[in-house]
Design a binder for this molecule. Sequence first.
Ligand code: HEM
Ligand SMILES: *[C@@H]1O[C@H](CO)[C@@H](O)[C@H](O)[C@H]1NC(C)=O
Ligand SMILES: *[C@@H]1O[C@H](CO)[C@@H](O)[C@H](O)[C@H]1NC(C)=O
Ligand SMILES: *[C@@H]1O[C@H](CO)[C@@H](O)[C@H](O)[C@H]1NC(C)=O
Ligand SMILES: *[C@@H]1O[C@H](CO)[C@@H](O)[C@H](O)[C@H]1NC(C)=O
Length: 224
Amino acid sequence: MLWSLYFGLLALVLRHVAASTLYLDPQTGLTFASDEKIYMNDKQGIIYRFAIPDGIDSTATPYDTVIQIVAPREVTWAGLAFGGTMDKCPLFVAYRSNGGQQAVTGSIRWAPGHQAPVPYTGANYTVYKEGTKSNNTHWQITARCTGCTSWIPEKNAATKYMRFTGSNRVAMAMGLKPVANPNSNTSDIDYHYMHAYWDADFKMATNANFTTTVQKLKGFEATS
Ligand code: HEM
Ligand SMILES: *[C@@H]1O[C@H](CO)[C@@H](O)[C@H](O)[C@H]1NC(C)=O
Ligand SMILES: *[C@@H]1O[C@H](CO)[C@@H](O)[C@H](O)[C@H]1NC(C)=O
Ligand SMILES: *[C@@H]1O[C@H](CO)[C@@H](O)[C@H](O)[C@H]1NC(C)=O
Ligand SMILES: *[C@@H]1O[C@H](CO)[C@@H](O)[C@H](O)[C@H]1NC(C)=O
């Protein structure tokens, strides 16, 4: 009893201090800051990765980010909340598609509160052929978002900018119930099975040749 309590606390502490790790993606040539979020039985994890440009010179500068999500096949959708809460920040949501040109569908949404998010028009994204695929065990998506690292939380509020020199508190959520229309980027999705928070290391995510590297990648035609 005491032992299991001890190990339980240890696991919590270890997870709490776990820092982003560096991941060089052979398919895109980008360097990502990578974090894995465990959601079940301390075994299955979803990986979230960020890549950002270098040369950003002021804290009030909007900048693009490439995000990569790798999820076990049983995960029906996985989402990323850029602002570290569900509400009032850009949410990137991805789900394995049901055939079609793209293995995984991306979607950008916004929730004014703790209710089903709606499409968000303040940002847009390109899903890259390199790094978007699925197999018998996993699916993964790689997408660039323009407009995800800065946003206006509500009317008359100041713009929020994500730090590019340090860490940002972000959040994820994921589901295990089927997505209604997985080839559509406006599909309904069910309430999450779990959510988690962490500090993503955006300094580690910096790429010296971000723009030229990203320009070489092939985007899918947008699907709605
Ligand atoms: C699909 C419809 C969704 C519904 C109905 C919904 C509903 C809710 C509700 C009621 C809560 C508060 C209770 C709780 O903590 O469990 C919550 C929390 C949360 N949700 Fe959602 N959610 C949805 C989708 C999403 C998506 C797509 C994301 C992320 C991409 C997300 C991220 C979070 C996070 C991080 C929390 C923790 C509280 C916070 O930090 O704001 N949710 N959600
Ligand atoms: C869906 O894709 C279209 C482009 O075809 C884009 O204009 C729209 O913002 C996307 N919607 C969502 C919710 O991601
Ligand atoms: C299946 O896809 C995942 C995610 O892309 C990858 O990590 C894994 O190596 C793949 N498995 C096989 C057997 O190719
Ligand atoms: C994409 O989003 C950015 C930032 O909100 C905006 O400046 C740009 O015009 C958008 N592009 C398209 C094609 O919608
Ligand atoms: C960036 O590109 C330049 C010119 O091609 C090259 O010399 C340099 O090594 C690259 N840096 C990184 C970090 O890839």
